[in-house]
Design a protein around this ligand. Structure first.
Ligand code: C2E
Ligand code: CA
Ligand code: CA
Ligand code: CA
Length: 277
């Protein structure tokens, strides 16, 4: 039995070594990927579900890996967060999104607002505000044309300096959306303080609509709260007509999900954007 235990131990050890090696390899490749232009943004429309038009878009990063194909953020964002590469990745994402916004406008198209996801460590980076100011000037980003999506946990940790950063971002004309709303440690007080433009109701609350009575009550409650505070609500992960119709009846018009479109390359979305100005 002792022998077997030892054998098992070395097996796990080997496994861990392999996992670590893979992680280090990915870190190395990711540094290269940013430089070599292997990252791309796909865009998912947030619809006005009443009219069937695109209200805004969300930029979602992908990695066109030379041998492994298209990688989704779930596979490499955690690595970038651990290694500290997330700031560099975030800076790339912000610039690529601003560039695309300018490109769409020059084509006479307007996506409403382009939303970019920001990680917690990048949000706390002291250079962020200056970086964003530079981008806004360089690409002529207008007021409300760029939205920053932050999760509740990002906003809640160290809330005093979060507050300052948020004020600075607002001063630059950026909009703020609270992402994955309802999954983190939510306090109603911070909503009143932060006054984000948008709440994005997490997909987990939308999934079982309209069958799960608890989720129906929760979603209606969030909509009521947001309305009282004059905050817009986006429902994430809308996959079925039944979900869409429940949300429409509850007066949640801004909807995002596979029912309307998956995240797609910018070129594929251009034709669906409204004319500008
Ligand atoms: P998120 O911000 O909550 O983005 C929504 C995710 O849900 C996206 O996954 C999107 O493809 C997926 N989704 C949209 N509609 C539906 C639907 O109807 N059904 C289902 N099942 N899924 C849907 P994706 O692109 O894999 O991104 C995952 C997460 O990675 C994002 O979650 C976001 O937290 C993070 N992420 C993406 N791009 C960036 C980025 O540029 N920077 C940072 N820091 N994080 C990013
Ligand atoms: Ca998001
Ligand atoms: Ca989300
Ligand atoms: Ca999420």
């Amino acid at each position: 039995a002792k022998q077997g235990g030892r054998a098992r131990f070395s097996f796990y050890q080997a496994d861990m070594d392999a996992a670590l090696a893979e992680r280090l390899e990915m870190e190395r490749e990711l540094a290269e990927a940013i430089r070599a232009g292997q990252l791309v943004l796909h865009y998912q429309p947030v619809m006005d579900a009443r009219k069937g038009t695109v209200g805004s878009v969300e930029a979602l990063v992908r990695w066109q890996h030379p041998t492994r194909g298209l990688l989704y953020p779930g596979t490499f964002i955690p690595v970038a967060e651990d290694s500290g590469q997330i700031r560099e990745l975030g800076a790339w994402t912000l610039e690529a999104a601003c560039q695309q916004l300018a490109r769409w406008k020059s084509m006479g198209r307007h996506p409403g607002s382009v939303a970019v996801n920001l990680s917690a460590s990048h949000f706390r980076d002291s250079r962020l505000v200056e970086q964003l100011g530079d981008l806004i000037r360089a690409y002529g980003v207008g007021k409300g044309e760029l939205t920053i999506e932050l999760t509740e946990s990002t906003l809640m940790s160290d809330s005093e300096s979060s507050m300052q950063t948020i004020q600075a971002l607002r001063g630059l004309g950026l909009a703020l959306a609270v992402d994955d709303f309802g999954t983190g440690y939510s306090s109603l007080a911070y909503l009143k303080l932060l006054r984000p433009q948008k709440l994005k109701v997490d997909r987990s609350f939308v999934r079982d609509l309209p069958d799960d009575p608890d989720d129906c009550v929760l979603v209606r409650a969030v909509l009521g709260l947001a309305e009282a505070l004059d905050i817009e609500v986006v429902a994430e992960g809308v996959e079925t007509e039944a979900q869409r119709d429940f949300l429409l009846a509850a007066r949640c018009h801004q909807q995002q999900g596979y029912l309307f479109s998956k995240p797609i390359p910018a070129e594929d979305l251009s034709g669906r954007l409204s004319a500008w100005p």
